[in-house]
Design a protein around this ligand. Structure first.
Ligand SMILES: [Zn+2]
Length: 335
């Protein structure tokens, strides 16, 4: 009899324990969107990773990425019904800025109450007042691949931090959630503090990355390069490289024979020995030109593709890989 009692007790304990485990596990893996949570939506991957760092461990914020992880850059991106649905639930929409989110006016029209945090807001101002401004090849659209420059990315983090903190210090952040008109309570003030702390930690990690980049830049500065992606104009700037020719392969497109001839000519005339290209759209041409001219081609990561489950360190690791590739090149080609 005692044995049976014992068995029943063990059975009950095990049942309760496994139910608890299942409950915890489910809660950990399913994004629970509590009504109390503030929904922050990022426009695409680099913005998402940046925001991930800022809201890391902050209670009361749910972060989502707007576009599909494999969308890449948002040039010519058309919002899907799912995107519109997500934005209709969003409290804050964090964008890269600089015109990459071409659909922004559409969003503003549909959801006038949505708070937009523009991470590029200070960069645009800076480039407008830049007297000897770096001429970008596209006159119609500014080069908004800011995150490819570590110092500009840092400015984006600061703008994001300021925008999010501003949001959490308005009554909107509170009243939207509980319908009352209270002023910012302890909870939102606490959120702003945590975001500020997170931003400081991330910025200091970025500073380290920047100084590692500066060490390599010292060895490469002044070298002439050919770029097969507009985003690398910022890489060239960070490393002090001189751009001899830019062929912008940011999407699937045909490269004309004339363009290839121009590339070959630019390499020959300028004695270029380095090409920076992107794997997805630049591989074919990169390999071809490298073979024909003997110039080295480095395939750098534009950090535009990834998933919501990616570690917040994704930018740091992937940018470090880019630095390592250039460091290897510098070591191999010592003067
Ligand atoms: Zn792009």
């Amino acid at each position: 009899m005692n044995n049976l009692k014992y068995l029943i007790t063990v059975f009950i304990c095990l049942t309760v324990l496994s139910a608890a485990i299942i409950y915890l596990y489910a809660n950990d893996n399913v994004t629970t969107l509590s009504k109390e949570d503030t929904l922050v939506v990022a426009s695409f991957y680099p913005v998402y990773v940046a925001a991930e760092n800022l809201v890391d461990g902050v209670d009361g914020i749910t972060l989502k990425n707007l576009s599909e992880p494999q969308t890449g850059c948002l040039h010519d991106y058309v919002l899907t019904p799912e995107d519109m649905k997500l934005l209709s639930d969003a409290d804050v929409f964090v964008i890269n800025g600089g015109g990459i989110e071409a659909f922004l006016s559409e969003v503003a029209e549909a959801y006038p109450a949505l708070t937009v945090v523009d991470a590029g807001i200070n960069i645009e101002k800076a480039s407008e007042s830049d007297e000897n401004g770096h001429a970008h090849d596209h006159e119609d659209e500014e080069n908004a691949h800011y995150w490819m420059s570590i110092p500009l990315y840092e400015q984006q983090i600061e703008a994001m931090r300021d925008g999010l903190c501003a949001y959490f210090s308005t009554d909107k952040a509170v009243s939207q959630k509980d319908g009352s008109n209270r002023s910012p309570d302890d909870h939102t003030t606490n959120i702003a503090t945590q975001i500020t702390d997170n931003a400081s930690a991330y910025l200091s990690a970025l500073q380290d990355l920047q100084s590692r980049q500066a060490d390599i830049a010292e060895k490469l500065a002044g070298q002439k390069v050919i770029l097969f992606h507009e985003a690398y104009e910022y890489v060239a700037e960070d490393y002090g490289l001189e751009v001899a020719y830019l062929l912008d392969l940011d999407e699937e497109r045909q490269v004309s024979a004339g363009e290839i001839a121009d590339v070959m000519q630019a390499i020959e005339e300028n004695g270029v020995s380095l090409i920076l290209a992107e794997e997805q759209y630049g591989k074919e041409l990169g390999d071809l030109v490298s073979e024909e001219t003997g110039a080295d081609v480095i395939y750098l990561d534009t950090i535009v593709r990834g998933g919501e489950a990616d570690h917040p360190d994704a930018y740091l690791t992937r940018m470090q890989n880019n630095i390592d590739l250039l460091a290897n090149y510098a070591a191999k080609n010592k003067p």
